[in-house]
Design a protein. Sequence first.
Length: 294
Amino acid sequence: MREMEKIISKRLQIWGYLNLNQKIDHALATMEKYEKEMKKEAYISFSGGRDSTVLLDLARRYYRKDILAVFCNTGNEHPEIVRFVRNTDNVRIIYPEMRLSEIIEKYGFPVISKEVSQNIWRMRHGKKCVAIPDKYKYLFFEKYEVSNICCKILKKDPFKKFQKETGMIPIIGTKAFDSQMRRFAYYKRGGCNSFSKQNPVSAPLSIWKDKDIEEYIQRYNVQICDLYTKENYKRTGCMLCGFGVNNYDRDRFEKIKEKHPRVYEQLYEIKNNGVSYYEVIEKLLKLEDYGKRK
Ligand code: SF4
């Protein structure tokens, strides 16, 4: 870790201990500074999930009550999320240019995690990559591809297009404590805001933790999607995503099988190089379980 990153990391640890009132003030100051510095109007990147719902509530409650929310319907969303978004005021819905099945057919399966799938793709295509855990190295030799390109096409590109067309800049609801990748993104930006001309972004909830989100929801009685309140979902995100299904989100596909059997059947239909999504996941889970028994 470079010197500057060490300082930012230390600051993140300290700010993580602030109380909710302090974190709200910090988030508001972050958004204000971002718009002022960039001299552009911002929108809230809204996924319909818990964190971005809190961000939208916070921005409209204390920052600007008519701030626009933008939701990308990837075609891979939980119907409950789409309903929730459609019932939220002042949301613009945008769409990607390809479907999940087309992306997988062309570029491979999104499995394990963004980092691992990206590195497997890079390695198989002769690019520089970082070390991959031994248990996933078999993926170099499979006849199908694995990659994280799906996120770019289904999510990043539609937002980029929207920004280019409107001149608006994004505010996102990510938290630096959620994953290593998000922490690195926070270090790389140099904090919550990036004032880069090509890639401006503000992440005012960076220093928040899950407990802050919970406290905010309780304090302001924020309405969040039913999936969290009635069905006990811990996270939502794309329905047919293989990130985390070998690990923290093990029962994702089982829940989909129960609730949305037609969507689940797509696991048999979506293929890369003749191999179905179902076969890829089944092998991954078998190897994961075998590894644990050893
Ligand atoms: S979260 Fe998964 S399914 Fe959704 S866009 Fe990213 S890679 Fe694709």
